[in-house]
Design a protein around this ligand. Structure first.
Ligand code: AP5
Length: 236
């Protein structure tokens, strides 16, 4: 299996897919959103500044997020990882290439999960999360509801809404995605390093199957194009 770098609009389902891969394939899940929310929950001055940005749907600075990710990557000691929510800007993408090269990590695939804004918005607005174990649920989508109203299935903690899952903030987050992360998609595309999976009308089981197929079979060799044809993934 390869390390996975997920690029996707907000609330596409990266965390949900990652949970499955952590449980079944021993991946380490590095979510920059979770790292930042942990800092917020500590109530530090930095946490308060981060909270203000997240609640408005704005990105935190490249310097801060790069140092957080660098710190996590250096602790991995060869374990497989998923990067969820990073890189989100071109500066972060360049820095990630440098960090991975300096750690000698080459076994990676960039997966772009493509989803319509309407569907992503529905996913954000119905989401509730467990503040303890970070699992996310959906109040209305079948298959994603908690078993007991408002309690985490895994640890029984009371579920919460995220401060950025409002209509106004979702619009800002999506706009930021188009402006800042659009160029990141182009960056990987130009280098033939992007595998796109369209997820709008697919069940979570099918999406996970496709992600696993890509992560287990993707090759950067000349067989890359052939692989994409066979797997249904594409780089456009
Ligand atoms: P972050 O936490 O990374 O937010 P995001 O990218 O907007 O992604 P989400 O966590 O919202 O969604 P997800 O894709 O994991 O979806 P999930 O699986 O939960 O970042 C938050 C903020 O932190 C940013 O806005 C920014 O301020 C800051 N930040 C983070 N990284 C940064 C960076 N690199 N640089 C600068 N700032 C940064 O699923 C969503 C919902 O849909 C759930 O309810 C789930 O149950 C449901 N669902 C999942 N899959 C399906 C399906 N197939 N069908 C139906 N429902 C589904």
């Amino acid at each position: 299996m390869k390390n996975i770098i997920f690029i996707a609009p907000p609330a596409a389902g990266k965390g949900t897919i990652s949970d499955y891969l952590v449980e079944n394939y021993n991946y380490v899940h590095l979510s920059t959103g979770d790292l930042l929310r942990t800092e917020v929950s500590l109530g530090t001055l930095l946490g308060k500044e981060i909270d203000e940005l997240i609640t408005k749907g704005k990105l935190v600075s490249d310097d801060l997020i790069i140092s957080l990710v660098n710190n996590e990557l250096t602790k991995l000691n060869g374990r497989l990882f998923i990067l969820d929510g990073f890189p989100r800007t071109l500066g972060q993408a360049h820095k990630l290439d440098q960090m991975l090269a300096s750690l000698g990590v080459t076994n990676n695939v960039v997966i772009y999960l493509d989803i319509d804004v309407e569907e992503a918005s529905k996913r954000a607005l119905g989401r509730v999360i467990c503040p303890n174990c970070k699992r996310s649920y959906h109040l209305y989508n079948e298959g994603f509801k908690p078993l007991n109203d408002n309690l985490c299935d895994d640890c029984n903690t009371v579920l919460e809404k995220r401060s950025d899952d409002t209509e106004v903030t979702f619009k800002n987050r999506f706009l930021s995605y188009l402006t800042n992360t659009g160029p990141v998609i182009d960056y990987y595309k130009k280098q033939n390093r992007l595998v796109k999976i369209s997820i709008n009308d697919k069940s979570i089981t099918d999406v996970i199957k496709e992600v696993i197929k890509v992560a287990s079979e993707y090759s950067t060799s000349s067989k890359e194009a052939e692989f994409r044809l066979k797997s249904g993934g594409s780089n456009d």
